[in-house]
Design a protein around this ligand. Structure first.
Ligand SMILES: NC(=O)c1ccc[n+]([C@@H]2O[C@H](COP(=O)([O-])OP(=O)(O)OC[C@H]3O[C@@H](n4cnc5c(N)ncnc54)[C@H](O)[C@@H]3O)[C@@H](O)[C@H]2O)c1
Length: 287
């Protein structure tokens, strides 16, 4: 028996990249006629010359490809407009609505306005989230409160209003993070707010059940998005051991969101889907 019989065979990272992972698969009308709001539907600008697609933009584009009309809410007009332009260039239906989710009074009217323009509401994807990256020693009250206001409070307010007007059979998605389970990022406001989102998702599911409305949470791991690249620039050792030898893509987050917001997941409720290549399950490559 040779010495390396039990050595793991490591495949080329590209072997786990499929047409879906790259946003190149054909559509199947899985959301035909659905009316969906995506919050945080743009994506941040980074120093990257050719940035990868972010989670919010990827899910907005994918929902539209699958037949939904998408209300793209974002604080940054250019970011929301770029998502709408991408959808329109593919023949899809979308419009932008500019809201800073830190403005609590703006949230309920925005849900109503978008619902009126959509002609009803079947889905709400709460992707908006920020991370200021401060370790505990340097945490401030302002930074703590801002992470919580965007990551948790705004999700609560959007869901509260949506539950009042969403059609039975509707679906709500919250975007949490693998950081909800790990202190690896030394980023306590982000990590704890992302953990709070998981409990909030269950509370929304509980409140929605009598109305036939579901709520689930997606918790991505290490993703190659503009947000992920910014995090890697802060911490270069961030994603050295990722499963399959690569980070996930925004499209892979979007396909999970597509399943959870569609009727295909009609009995999936109050669930958190970790979208991390198995990282939380202990699957890691040697650095
Ligand atoms: N590496 C990753 O990409 C990763 C991993 C795990 C979880 N997540 C989660 O995914 C979500 C974001 O992913 P993304 O790729 O779309 O990020 P992104 O930062 O590129 O885009 C987020 C969008 O939210 C908007 N936004 C920020 N603050 C806002 C505010 N106050 N009001 C309204 N809009 C605001 C931004 O303008 C931007 O267009 C977050 O919830 C994040 O926690 C990301």
């Amino acid at each position: 028996m040779s010495a390396n019989t039990h050595a793991p065979q490591t495949i080329d990272p590209s072997a786990s990249l499929h047409a879906e992972s790259l946003g190149l698969a054909k559509s199947h009308g899985r959301l035909a006629g659905r009316r969906i709001i995506v919050v945080g539907a743009g994506q941040r600008k980074t120093v990257d010359e050719a940035p990868p697609i972010g989670n919010g933009r990827a899910m907005s584009v994918l929902f539209a490809r699958e037949g939904a009309t998408v209300a793209c809410i974002d604080a940054v007009k250019d970011a929301a407009d770029a998502t709408v332009d991408q959808i329109a260039s593919e023949g899809g239906k979308a419009f932008a609505d500019i809201v800073d989710v830190l403005d609590t009074a703006a949230i309920a009217p925005a849900v109503q306005r978008c619902t009126d323009r959509l002609g009803g509401l079947d889905g709400l994807a709460l992707n908006v989230g920020i991370s200021q990256g401060l370790p505990l020693q340097r945490m401030t009250v302002e930074a703590w409160d801002k992470d919580y206001a965007v990551n948790v409070r705004s999700h609560m307010l959007f869901a509260q209003r949506a539950l009042e007007i969403m059609s039975p059979g509707g679906s709500i998605i919250l975007m949490s993070s693998l950081a909800s389970q790990r202190a690896g990022g030394r980023n306590p406001a982000y990590e704890s707010s992302k953990a709070a989102q998981i409990a909030l998702g269950r509370a929304i599911a509980r409140a929605g059940e009598p109305k036939g409305i579901r709520c689930n949470v997606i918790a991505p791991g290490f993703m190659d998005t503009p947000m992920g690249r910014d995090a890697s620039r802060r911490r270069s050792d961030r994603a050295l051991t990722v499963p399959f030898g690569r980070q996930g893509t925004g499209w892979e987050v979007a396909y999970a969101a597509l399943f959870l917001i569609s009727n295909e997941s009609s009995y999936v409720n109050a669930h958190t889907l970790f979208l991390d290549g198995g990282h939380l399950g202990g699957i890691q490559r040697e650095a």
